[in-house]
Ligand binder design. Structure first.
Ligand code: CDP
Length: 244
Protein backbone atom coordinates (compact mmCIF):
# COMPACT_ATOMS: atom_id res chain seq x y z
CA UNK A 1 0.00 0.00 0.00
CA UNK A 2 2.42 2.64 -1.25
CA UNK A 3 -0.20 5.31 -1.94
CA UNK A 4 1.87 7.01 -4.63
CA UNK A 5 -0.66 9.34 -6.24
CA UNK A 6 1.28 9.72 -9.48
CA UNK A 7 0.87 6.10 -10.69
CA UNK A 8 -2.05 5.72 -13.07
CA UNK A 9 -4.08 2.64 -12.09
CA UNK A 10 -7.30 3.34 -13.98
CA UNK A 11 -7.31 3.61 -17.76
CA UNK A 12 -8.97 6.46 -19.62
CA UNK A 13 -11.86 4.10 -20.51
CA UNK A 14 -12.53 3.57 -16.77
CA UNK A 15 -11.25 -0.01 -16.72
CA UNK A 16 -8.29 -1.19 -14.65
CA UNK A 17 -4.79 -1.77 -16.06
CA UNK A 18 -5.48 -5.51 -16.53
CA UNK A 19 -8.79 -4.76 -18.28
CA UNK A 20 -11.06 -5.65 -15.34
CA UNK A 21 -14.15 -3.66 -14.37
CA UNK A 22 -14.14 -2.03 -10.93
CA UNK A 23 -16.23 -4.83 -9.38
CA UNK A 24 -14.62 -7.72 -11.26
CA UNK A 25 -12.43 -10.24 -9.48
CA UNK A 26 -9.51 -12.13 -10.94
CA UNK A 27 -10.22 -15.66 -12.21
CA UNK A 28 -10.32 -18.28 -9.44
CA UNK A 29 -9.66 -22.00 -9.88
CA UNK A 30 -9.69 -24.55 -7.06
CA UNK A 31 -8.81 -28.25 -6.75
CA UNK A 32 -9.29 -30.29 -3.59
CA UNK A 33 -7.25 -33.33 -2.53
CA UNK A 34 -4.05 -32.55 -4.42
CA UNK A 35 -1.55 -33.89 -1.84
CA UNK A 36 -1.74 -37.65 -1.16
CA UNK A 37 0.26 -37.47 2.10
CA UNK A 38 -2.06 -34.96 3.77
CA UNK A 39 -5.40 -35.68 5.46
CA UNK A 40 -6.88 -32.86 3.41
CA UNK A 41 -5.48 -30.48 0.83
CA UNK A 42 -6.29 -27.82 -1.72
CA UNK A 43 -4.74 -25.91 -4.59
CA UNK A 44 -6.03 -22.42 -5.37
CA UNK A 45 -5.12 -20.19 -8.30
CA UNK A 46 -6.50 -16.69 -7.85
CA UNK A 47 -5.28 -14.45 -10.65
CA UNK A 48 -1.52 -15.05 -10.62
CA UNK A 49 -1.53 -16.10 -6.95
CA UNK A 50 -1.04 -19.82 -6.40
CA UNK A 51 -1.44 -21.40 -2.97
CA UNK A 52 -1.33 -24.97 -1.77
CA UNK A 53 -2.69 -25.95 1.63
CA UNK A 54 -2.19 -29.20 3.54
CA UNK A 55 -4.16 -30.19 6.64
CA UNK A 56 -3.08 -32.88 9.10
CA UNK A 57 -5.13 -34.11 12.04
CA UNK A 58 -6.88 -33.70 14.36
CA UNK A 59 -4.04 -35.23 16.38
CA UNK A 60 -2.81 -35.01 19.97
CA UNK A 61 -1.48 -31.49 20.59
CA UNK A 62 2.30 -31.36 21.00
CA UNK A 63 4.13 -29.67 22.63
CA UNK A 64 1.77 -29.99 25.59
CA UNK A 65 1.94 -26.31 26.45
CA UNK A 66 -0.16 -25.54 23.36
CA UNK A 67 -2.92 -27.96 24.48
CA UNK A 68 -6.35 -26.59 25.40
CA UNK A 69 -8.48 -28.77 27.68
CA UNK A 70 -11.75 -27.78 26.03
CA UNK A 71 -10.92 -27.56 22.34
CA UNK A 72 -8.52 -28.15 19.49
CA UNK A 73 -5.95 -25.56 18.52
CA UNK A 74 -5.13 -24.71 14.94
CA UNK A 75 -1.39 -24.83 14.43
CA UNK A 76 -0.97 -22.83 11.25
CA UNK A 77 2.00 -21.84 9.17
CA UNK A 78 1.71 -19.43 6.24
CA UNK A 79 4.82 -19.28 4.11
CA UNK A 80 5.78 -17.59 0.86
CA UNK A 81 8.08 -19.77 -1.22
CA UNK A 82 11.44 -18.11 -2.04
CA UNK A 83 10.49 -18.19 -5.75
CA UNK A 84 6.95 -16.81 -5.28
CA UNK A 85 7.81 -13.22 -6.29
CA UNK A 86 10.18 -11.60 -8.75
CA UNK A 87 12.65 -10.79 -5.95
CA UNK A 88 13.70 -13.98 -4.21
CA UNK A 89 12.23 -14.06 -0.67
CA UNK A 90 14.49 -14.88 2.23
CA UNK A 91 13.38 -18.36 3.36
CA UNK A 92 11.88 -18.87 6.81
CA UNK A 93 9.52 -17.17 9.21
CA UNK A 94 9.47 -13.37 9.40
CA UNK A 95 7.22 -10.80 11.08
CA UNK A 96 4.80 -10.68 8.17
CA UNK A 97 4.38 -14.46 7.90
CA UNK A 98 3.95 -14.72 11.69
CA UNK A 99 1.22 -12.08 11.61
CA UNK A 100 -0.59 -13.73 8.69
CA UNK A 101 -0.31 -17.16 10.34
CA UNK A 102 -1.82 -15.80 13.56
CA UNK A 103 -4.78 -13.97 12.01
CA UNK A 104 -5.51 -16.86 9.65
CA UNK A 105 -5.50 -19.40 12.51
CA UNK A 106 -7.88 -17.18 14.52
CA UNK A 107 -10.23 -16.87 11.54
CA UNK A 108 -10.28 -20.64 11.01
CA UNK A 109 -10.78 -21.35 14.73
CA UNK A 110 -14.00 -19.36 14.54
CA UNK A 111 -15.48 -21.71 11.89
CA UNK A 112 -14.02 -25.11 12.78
CA UNK A 113 -15.97 -26.94 15.51
CA UNK A 114 -12.85 -26.99 17.67
CA UNK A 115 -14.80 -27.92 20.82
CA UNK A 116 -15.28 -31.42 19.37
CA UNK A 117 -11.56 -32.17 19.69
CA UNK A 118 -10.25 -31.28 23.16
CA UNK A 119 -6.47 -31.40 23.71
CA UNK A 120 -5.85 -31.87 19.98
CA UNK A 121 -4.32 -29.85 17.25
CA UNK A 122 -5.09 -29.47 13.59
CA UNK A 123 -2.01 -28.63 11.56
CA UNK A 124 -2.57 -26.32 8.61
CA UNK A 125 0.29 -25.55 6.22
CA UNK A 126 -0.23 -22.80 3.65
CA UNK A 127 2.45 -22.44 1.03
CA UNK A 128 2.28 -19.54 -1.40
CA UNK A 129 3.92 -20.71 -4.63
CA UNK A 130 3.21 -17.53 -6.58
CA UNK A 131 2.28 -14.11 -5.14
CA UNK A 132 0.43 -11.30 -6.84
CA UNK A 133 -1.25 -9.51 -3.89
CA UNK A 134 -4.01 -10.90 -1.70
CA UNK A 135 -2.10 -14.01 -0.66
CA UNK A 136 -3.51 -13.98 2.89
CA UNK A 137 -6.98 -14.16 1.33
CA UNK A 138 -6.02 -16.96 -1.05
CA UNK A 139 -4.52 -18.83 1.92
CA UNK A 140 -7.83 -18.66 3.82
CA UNK A 141 -9.82 -19.82 0.79
CA UNK A 142 -7.41 -22.76 0.32
CA UNK A 143 -7.36 -23.67 4.01
CA UNK A 144 -11.11 -23.92 4.24
CA UNK A 145 -11.25 -26.30 1.25
CA UNK A 146 -8.39 -28.38 2.71
CA UNK A 147 -10.14 -28.58 6.11
CA UNK A 148 -13.37 -29.71 4.43
CA UNK A 149 -11.39 -32.24 2.37
CA UNK A 150 -9.94 -33.59 5.64
CA UNK A 151 -13.51 -34.10 6.90
CA UNK A 152 -13.12 -31.59 9.71
CA UNK A 153 -16.54 -30.23 10.73
CA UNK A 154 -17.11 -26.50 10.25
CA UNK A 155 -20.03 -24.11 10.77
CA UNK A 156 -19.54 -22.76 7.27
CA UNK A 157 -16.81 -22.46 4.69
CA UNK A 158 -14.67 -19.34 4.83
CA UNK A 159 -13.57 -17.28 1.85
CA UNK A 160 -10.77 -14.73 1.76
CA UNK A 161 -11.28 -11.70 -0.46
CA UNK A 162 -10.15 -8.07 -0.53
CA UNK A 163 -11.39 -4.79 -1.93
CA UNK A 164 -9.65 -1.45 -1.77
CA UNK A 165 -9.26 2.01 -3.18
CA UNK A 166 -7.18 3.24 -6.10
CA UNK A 167 -7.34 6.76 -7.53
CA UNK A 168 -10.19 7.55 -5.10
CA UNK A 169 -12.21 4.70 -6.62
CA UNK A 170 -13.29 1.49 -4.84
CA UNK A 171 -12.18 -1.68 -6.66
CA UNK A 172 -12.65 -5.38 -5.97
CA UNK A 173 -9.69 -7.75 -5.58
CA UNK A 174 -6.54 -5.65 -5.87
CA UNK A 175 -3.73 -6.93 -8.04
CA UNK A 176 -0.05 -6.29 -7.36
CA UNK A 177 0.15 -2.76 -8.84
CA UNK A 178 -3.11 -1.74 -7.15
CA UNK A 179 -1.91 -3.14 -3.82
CA UNK A 180 1.48 -1.44 -4.12
CA UNK A 181 0.35 1.96 -5.38
CA UNK A 182 -3.29 2.14 -4.21
CA UNK A 183 -4.74 4.07 -1.27
CA UNK A 184 -6.46 1.36 0.78
CA UNK A 185 -6.84 -2.40 1.09
CA UNK A 186 -9.57 -4.24 3.04
CA UNK A 187 -8.98 -8.00 3.16
CA UNK A 188 -11.74 -10.05 4.80
CA UNK A 189 -12.54 -13.64 5.73
CA UNK A 190 -16.23 -14.13 5.04
CA UNK A 191 -18.58 -16.98 5.95
CA UNK A 192 -20.53 -17.07 2.70
CA UNK A 193 -23.72 -18.67 4.03
CA UNK A 194 -24.21 -16.59 7.15
CA UNK A 195 -22.37 -13.49 5.80
CA UNK A 196 -20.44 -13.27 9.10
CA UNK A 197 -16.96 -11.75 9.02
CA UNK A 198 -14.31 -13.92 10.70
CA UNK A 199 -11.33 -11.82 9.71
CA UNK A 200 -10.84 -8.19 8.71
CA UNK A 201 -7.77 -6.05 8.30
CA UNK A 202 -7.55 -2.56 6.87
CA UNK A 203 -4.58 -0.76 5.43
CA UNK A 204 -5.07 2.89 4.41
CA UNK A 205 -8.12 5.14 4.80
CA UNK A 206 -11.69 4.62 3.62
CA UNK A 207 -14.76 6.79 4.15
CA UNK A 208 -17.88 5.06 5.54
CA UNK A 209 -19.39 4.98 2.04
CA UNK A 210 -16.21 3.53 0.55
CA UNK A 211 -15.98 0.97 3.35
CA UNK A 212 -19.58 -0.10 2.74
CA UNK A 213 -18.95 -0.47 -0.99
CA UNK A 214 -15.84 -2.59 -0.27
CA UNK A 215 -18.01 -4.77 2.00
CA UNK A 216 -20.61 -5.13 -0.73
CA UNK A 217 -17.98 -6.09 -3.33
CA UNK A 218 -16.32 -8.54 -0.91
CA UNK A 219 -19.66 -10.21 -0.04
CA UNK A 220 -20.54 -10.67 -3.71
CA UNK A 221 -17.11 -12.10 -4.53
CA UNK A 222 -17.19 -14.38 -1.47
CA UNK A 223 -20.38 -16.00 -2.74
CA UNK A 224 -18.84 -16.55 -6.18
CA UNK A 225 -15.66 -18.05 -4.72
CA UNK A 226 -17.77 -20.22 -2.40
CA UNK A 227 -19.43 -21.80 -5.47
CA UNK A 228 -15.96 -22.60 -6.87
CA UNK A 229 -14.92 -24.11 -3.51
CA UNK A 230 -18.03 -26.30 -3.42
CA UNK A 231 -17.54 -27.44 -7.05
CA UNK A 232 -13.98 -28.50 -6.16
CA UNK A 233 -15.21 -30.46 -3.13
CA UNK A 234 -17.98 -32.08 -5.19
CA UNK A 235 -15.45 -33.19 -7.84
CA UNK A 236 -13.20 -34.53 -5.11
CA UNK A 237 -16.07 -36.45 -3.49
CA UNK A 238 -17.12 -37.93 -6.83
CA UNK A 239 -13.59 -39.03 -7.74
CA UNK A 240 -13.11 -40.66 -4.31
CA UNK A 241 -16.42 -42.46 -4.61
CA UNK A 242 -15.92 -43.91 -8.08
CA UNK A 243 -17.09 -41.15 -10.38
CA UNK A 244 -20.30 -39.15 -10.82
O1 CDP B 1 -0.31 -10.92 -0.11
P1 CDP B 1 -1.09 -9.99 0.76
O2 CDP B 1 -1.77 -8.91 -0.06
O3 CDP B 1 -2.02 -10.70 1.67
O4 CDP B 1 -0.04 -9.28 1.74
P2 CDP B 1 0.83 -7.95 1.57
O5 CDP B 1 1.82 -7.96 2.69
O6 CDP B 1 -0.05 -6.77 1.39
O7 CDP B 1 1.66 -8.20 0.24
C1 CDP B 1 1.17 -7.81 -1.01
C2 CDP B 1 2.02 -8.45 -2.09
O8 CDP B 1 3.34 -7.93 -2.05
C3 CDP B 1 2.18 -9.95 -1.97
O9 CDP B 1 1.06 -10.69 -2.43
C4 CDP B 1 3.39 -10.17 -2.84
O10 CDP B 1 3.02 -10.15 -4.21
C5 CDP B 1 4.22 -8.92 -2.52
N1 CDP B 1 5.26 -9.22 -1.52
C6 CDP B 1 6.57 -9.42 -1.97
O11 CDP B 1 6.82 -9.34 -3.18
N2 CDP B 1 7.56 -9.72 -1.07
C7 CDP B 1 7.30 -9.84 0.26
N3 CDP B 1 8.27 -10.12 1.10
C8 CDP B 1 5.99 -9.64 0.71
C9 CDP B 1 5.00 -9.34 -0.20
Amino acid sequence: MGGYGDVQLLRDDGLRLDGRKLDEMREVQIEAGVLPAADGSAWVKHGLNVAVCAVYGPMEAHPRKIQRQDRAVIDLRYNMAPFSTSDRIRPGFNRRSREISKVTAEALESVVLVERYPRSKIRVEIEILSAEAGTRCVGITAASVALADAGIPMRDMIVGVASGKVEDTVVLDLDKAEDNYGQADLPMGILPTTEEIAFLQMDGDLSVEEFNLCMEYNMKAAKEIHEIQMDALRRRYESKNGGA
